[in-house]
Design a protein around this ligand. Structure first.
Ligand SMILES: C[S@@+](CC[C@H](N)C(=O)[O-])C[C@H]1O[C@@H](n2cnc3c(N)ncnc32)[C@H](O)[C@@H]1O
Length: 191
């Protein structure tokens, strides 16, 4: 997981300008905090999870001295995005180990769709260890909704042997939409 985290960070950092990261199902926030600690001052982080994890996320933000760049919020998959997430408009979304519970798949899928609808230029970094055949069903569902790419680098064979996967999910586009979207648009709350 640590290697996947660092690779997600490396890839996320390829973006230009300020990065507004949001982690889904953050738990204690390990993935997001590792990324926040390794990134420049321009990067912001919003850890999200269910209410039960809110205090732990806040505690870990304080413990890692990143109160100046990270916040914690409740985001229940499948529910409308909270206003603070809509205002934040993340452009990098991290989801680590979020496919462990099959009944939650449609809820998670809805939230991923909502986030890409909110910001069609956002990139979702989606990483998990395959434990059941059903885990790949989620990727199959994702391929119908998004452009799905598996990230390959020199560490891939090692992670493959451990059944670890890292994908990016982005908005499906035709060529005309992609061309117009490439003309950079300022973030409403950042210009
Ligand atoms: C297996 S843990 C992964 C935690 C963390 N991402 C990591 O890799 O260490 C899955 C997380 O998803 C969260 N989760 C499960 N169902 C959820 C839902 N419906 N809405 C929001 N978060 C949910 C859980 O609270 C839990 O923290």
């Amino acid at each position: 997981m640590q290697g996947e985290t660092m690779r997600a960070k490396k890839n996320a950092d390829h973006g230009v300008g300020a990065t507004y990261r949001l982690e889904l199902g953050a738990g204690g926030g390990l993935v997001g905090l590792a990324v926040a600690l390794g990134c420049g001052v321009e990067s912001r982080l919003m850890l999200t999870d269910q209410n039960e994890m809110l205090e732990l996320m806040k505690h870990n933000i304080a413990l890692n001295n990143v109160d100046n760049k990270a916040t914690a919020s409740i985001l229940n998959w499948g529910e409308p995005l909270p206003q603070e997430v809509v205002d934040y408009k993340p452009n990098v979304i991290l989801a680590g180990e979020c496919v462990y519970f099959e009944p939650a798949f449609p809820l998670l899928m809805q939230t991923l769709k909502d986030l890409l609808a909110l910001n069609p230029d956002a990139v979702i970094f989606f990483c998990f260890k395959k434990r059941r055949r059903a885990d790949m069903q989620f990727v199959k569902m994702a391929r119908k909704a998004f452009t799905v790419e598996e990230i390959f680098d020199q560490d891939r064979p090692v992670f493959s042997r451990q059944s670890l996967f890292l994908f990016t999910f982005t908005t499906k586009r035709n060529k005309a939409t992609a061309a117009s979207s490439n003309q950079s648009k300022p973030h409403p709350s950042r210009s």
